[in-house]
Design a protein around this ligand. Structure first.
Ligand code: MLT
Length: 423
């Protein structure tokens, strides 16, 4: 990264940084970096922080990250804040956070702490402008923004759009740790997982709206469980995630099965909620066509009116009017092309029963005790067919257990995750 113009003094750092995907690194203070009194001077600090940035890039996405995208980060402004002296031989841990990120500019914060006692030695606030080969400011490529954390949801619940190949998915991404991908059911969106996404700390939670759902793009065609699965794997690619535990609710479970069929190496665990392995019966297929017609001719609100009584358990319908309204609103805002596309995708999905015996990742099956669309007996049979799957039934919940009984569902998922070996 180019040598910055130096400004020294007491910096007031913006603490509302977002998490960068770059690792923290350790750097040793060399004798030549210190002045005649043994202290690090400002130029030495700038070099040390720069060394740490390149080291972090080398251990993460690679030192050619910028060249790969034909851009270069030119440092425009830097402020070092001194806290303590550092001497030759001191080993410092340097952490990096992303501050503000604009279309072409990126603000980074680096903190150097002494390994031996954890004391904060110095901080750097530095602003880069992304330039092209001719030195002109250019938009920060999405991959680079993602790596620096700038495209992560900055505030809880904030959705960020990720292009997965001609279609943009809106994604709620939170936390750090091994990846946990939440795949919603039909005709819902990522917000059905709100409690789980807000609560399961120590995991990097990724909750997208599928194509045609929520505020993701809703193309007129191109819906199938295979397309949904490929979209999600492209999303993982964009977020630089190699493996994820996949939690699929109902249609999200059908998609999780397809991820296993098409991208098995990306799935390290499965959480199957209110879902089934069998394909649609002839009668169910006819039902899909009828619902497509309702969506096309009467819109999403009419679909909501028909579906809500079947999606929610009787206890929820009697005692949680707010959940009833929430689900109606969620369905009501689903784009009609997305509803029609998802119905066709579910109608045409393959039978996943033969897959069950081959599932060799830790698996949890969860079902609402009052689920009428996927009765507990169906879930029990599915769990029994998966080698060493655990099964949990959620009292008082129907087909939308994660929303109807959020705390109970989060608890069983947390217990399952706790037992997994951490990479
Ligand atoms: C869902 O909740 O995703 C759907 O109800 C599943 C289905 O209709 O098969």
């Amino acid at each position: 990264m180019l040598v910055p113009q130096v400004q020294l003094g007491q910096a007031t750092f913006n603490r509302q940084s977002s998490v960068s995907r770059l690792p923290s690194v350790e750097v040793t203070v060399y004798p030549y970096e210190c002045d005649t009194y043994g202290h690090m001077n400002e130029a030495a600090y700038l070099q040390l922080f720069e060394r740490a940035r390149w080291e972090a890039l080398a251990r993460g996405p690679g030192p050619d990250l910028f060249r790969r995208h034909g851009v270069w980060p030119a440092a425009r402004h830097a402020t070092v804040d001194y806290q303590l002296p550092a001497f030759p031989g001191d080993v410092l841990r340097v952490e990096l956070e992303t501050g503000k990120i604009g279309r072409t500019s990126l603000e980074l914060h680096q903190r150097a702490t002494r390994i031996k006692d954890g004391a904060l030695v110095a901080e750097l606030q530095i602003v880069f402008v992304m330039i092209d080969g001719e030195g002109k400011p250019t938009p920060i490529p999405p991959e680079i923004a993602t790596i620096f954390g700038g495209r992560l949801s900055a505030r809880p619940g904030e959705l960020v759009r990720h292009d997965v190949g001609g279609v943009a998915l809106a994604v709620d991404t939170r936390g750090d740790g091994p990846a946990l991908l939440f795949v919603h059911g039909f005709p819902l969106d990522h917000s059905m997982w709100a409690h789980q996404v807000a609560t399961l700390a120590r995991w990097r939670r990724i909750a997208p709206d599928l194509r045609g759902a929520g505020v993701s793009d809703a193309p007129d065609g191109g819906y199938s469980v295979a397309t949904y699965a490929d979209d999600l794997v492209r999303l993982l690619d964009r977020l630089h995630i190699e493996h994820a535990v996949v939690a699929g609710h109902s249609m999200g479970g059908y998609i999780a099965f397809e991820m296993l069929r098409r991208h098995r190496s990306r799935v390290t665990g499965l959480i199957l909620v209110d879902t089934r392995a069998e394909a649609d019966s002839a009668e169910a297929r006819k039902g899909r066509e009828g619902m497509m017609e309702v969506a096309r001719t009467q819109g999403a609100a009419a679909v909501a009116e028909r579906m809500v009584p079947r999606l929610l358990g009787r206890s929820t319908q009697q005692t949680q009017p707010n959940v009833v309204e929430q689900v109606k609103a969620m369905i009501g805002r689903t784009p009609v092309p997305g509803i029609v596309g998802a119905l066709g995708a579910m109608r045409d999905r393959p039978d996943s029963t033969p897959l069950l015996a081959t599932i060799d990742v830790p698996t949890l099956v969860v079902v609402g005790a009052e689920d009428e669309l996927v009765p507990p007996a169906t879930s029990r049979a599915m769990a029994a067919a998966i080698p060493s799957a655990a099964m949990r039934t959620i009292p008082g919940a129907g087909h939308l257990a994660p929303l109807e009984a959020p705390t109970a569902v989060t608890r069983v998922i947390a217990e399952f995750l706790e037992a997994l070996p951490r990479p």
